[in-house]
Ligand binder design. Structure first.
Ligand code: ATP
Ligand code: MG
Ligand code: MG
Ligand code: MG
Length: 576
């Protein structure tokens, strides 16, 4: 490939809405362009990366015995009615009507269509097991699309669905996928962890997520450094010894609803012996006298100043609040919030913060938070749940670092991750709902045992960038780089020798099957190098008159600080 015939479009600056490094770099390197919220064009440079991701996924899926097909983007509402998901899926499901007024949906996943295929095409146990997969566009009307391709509304997923004659078979199919996933993610050269997960809306009871380790990840994962135990936060919390979350007979609202939060509510909450790590929160309540009567709106915990003069975090007399807390100074607040104290609106803060305590854990459960105003509070606030805007960012945990691992093999640790894959054992949830059966050995109709398996094809490069970048740009793992080698001739328009050597090397590499691009745009060396460093091509060969005279090229890996000379005769062997 020659750069003059390709499409290279880089920016010096990232757009203002780009918060995480992968989003910034994908825009700056010209991999994607935003069309609408959570909707992007995959530009030529980015599409090459996606094709490489897809090729690896496809290769390993085929190796694992799965068969590729492609299901429609626009799917009839009736199929989704059969499982009840037409309603149940809520606003994430994009529904549309055709000219006849019939309901359709844009596929966010494809259990319904694939189960429909199974019930009409798979008649006998002799045809099983079958694993059907596609690499297809998905649409989910995410509440908060963000971070570029990381959480798009339109994105590409590899989704696979296994059909077995019995539970043992389905579990074997699940294990085959689990191994295939490990091979796939190993090939991307990423640091990841498979963690036990809740099966969520899709259902079933055996489920694992593949999480790429990254500080910017939206998920919290719990693991035991001394053993194989690893789970996502929801799963870990569900498995943790139950700790009371509200006063007996007084369940907190699961879905926050604006309403009165009395000091009694908060006192209940705060006296709960629940250990919690807090990402950020606003907590407000009133102080109590000995009899429990409200004496004023005084107790604020890590709350920035509001209309009231509260630039200092105060610890009041609510039972439980004295466990490890102390006042935070304005300087500490600035340090933790990364901003000057100021009124941040009725709910929530924008940036993660650790609670200021003697230990890194607080003693709180579902929060009450809101403005220091009657009738303007939310109760039962938890991080990670679907909450109305503006987003609540209290990060509430029932399990914290240092808790004993459930397997007794040591203490738990927490890190953040990006979910790039998810595998589920579904059982007969969909086959029963859709009456999908085959004839078993005794000739009787039997429901398919199913599993489903997703990989975020467009999310994966974003996760790769979170792990592989520096101040100059992206550093692609070879496996998914848009180009593996860039040949950078210096003064190609002036020097016939440089032109010849560059074109010869480009041709030779291309001939040898290396994904090479020759930068023949005539850019000055500084600009040319900056572009390719930003784009993140892992291997660079510079050809100049000076070095050619000595029969040498300059080679530099994207991770190396300086170039090394390689004789032109050896360059091919060197690059292999
Ligand atoms: P998340 O928890 O991030 O919302 P999910 O659990 O809803 O993801 P699944 O239904 O498990 O997603 O889909 C399988 C895979 O598809 C996920 O593991 C993820 O890699 C990818 N994926 C899901 N939602 C998105 C999205 N909005 N943008 C990009 N990739 C996504
Ligand atoms: Mg989701
Ligand atoms: Mg998830
Ligand atoms: Mg998932």
């Amino acid at each position: 490939m020659k750069a003059s015939q390709f499409f290279v479009s880089t920016y010096k600056e990232a757009p203002a809405d780009a918060e995480v490094v992968s989003h910034k770099l994908m825009i700056r390197a010209g991999l994607i362009r935003r069309v609408s919220a959570g909707i992007y064009t995959y530009m030529p440079m980015g599409l090459r990366v996606l094709h490489k991701v897809a090729a690896i996924v496809r290769e390993e899926m085929n190796r694992a015995g799965a068969v590729e097909l492609s299901m429609p983007l626009v799917q009839p509402g009736e199929l989704w009615q059969e499982t009840g998901r037409f309603e149940k899926m809520g606003p994430e499901l994009l529904r549309l009507k055709d000219r006849h007024g019939r309901d359709f949906v844009m596929q966010p996943t494809s259990e319904e269509v694939v189960t429909d295929i199974a019930r009409s095409e798979l008649r006998s146990y002799k045809q099983l097991p079958v694993n059907l997969y596609q690499i297809q566009t998905k649409f989910r009307d995410e509440r908060r699309p963000r971070f570029g391709l990381m959480r798009g509304r339109e994105f590409i997923m590899k989704d696979a669905y296994s059909f077995d004659k019995d539970k043992a078979g389905a579990q074997a199919s699940y294990q085959i996928m689990r191994e295939a996933y490990s091979r796939i993610f190993d090939r991307f050269g990423l640091r990841y962890r498979a963690v036990a997960a809740d099966s969520g809306a899709i259902g079933g009871d055996l489920s694992e997520e593949f999480q790429v380790i990254a500080a910017t990840g939206e998920d919290a994962i719990i693991y035991c450094p001394g053993s194989d135990y690893a789970a996502n936060i929801e799963k870990a919390e569900a498995a943790a010894p139950s700790r009371p979350r509200s006063a007996p007979g007084q369940p907190l609202a699961k879905t926050p609803t604006p309403g009165k939060s009395t000091c009694a509510d908060v006192a209940d909450l705060l006296s709960i012996p629940l250990r919690t790590t807090v990402k950020s929160l606003v907590l407000a309540t009133d102080t109590l006298d000995e009899q429990g009567a409200i004496t004023g709106s005084q107790v604020w915990l890590l709350l920035l100043r509001g209309d009231h003069d509260m630039n200092e975090v105060k610890v009041g007399k609510v039972p439980g609040l004295d466990q490890g807390f102390r006042f935070a100074t304005e300087a500490e607040i600035i340090e933790h919030f990364g901003a000057k104290p100021g009124y941040l609106g009725p709910i929530g803060l924008q940036k993660p913060v650790r609670i200021i305590a003697d230990r890194e854990v607080a003693v709180l459960g579902d929060w009450v938070c809101g403005a220091n105003e009657v009738d303007f509070h939310y109760t039962g606030v938890n991080w990670g749940r679907d909450l109305p805007e503006p987003e609540l960012v209290a990060d509430i945990r029932n399990v914290v670092a240092g808790d004993p691992s459930p397997d007794g093999q040591g203490e738990l640790a927490i890190e953040r991750g990006i979910e790039i894959g998810h595998i589920f054992y579904l059982g007969t949830k969909y086959s029963k709902a859709m009456e999908a059966t085959f004839l078993d050995e005794s000739g009787k109709p039997s429901f398919f045992e199913m599993g489903c398996y997703g990989i975020g094809v467009t999310r994966l490069p974003a996760a790769a960038i979170e792990q592989n970048h520096d101040e100059r740009g992206i550093i692609w793992p070879d496996a998914i780089a848009p180009f593996t080698v860039v040949v950078c001739p210096i003064g190609m328009d002036r020097s016939e020798a440089v032109r010849e050597a560059a074109e010869a090397l480009h041709a030779q590499l291309a001939q040898a099957g290396v994904d090479v691009i020759l930068d023949d745009r005539g850019e000055r060396p500084g600009a040319m190098f900056a572009d390719w460093e930003l784009i993140g091509v892992p291997h660079r060969v510079v050809i100049s008159d000076r070095n050619l005279k000595e029969g040498q090229f300059e080679y530099q890996h994207r991770r190396q600080e300086s170039p090394q000379k390689v004789s032109s005769g050896n360059i091919m062997a060197f690059l292999k």
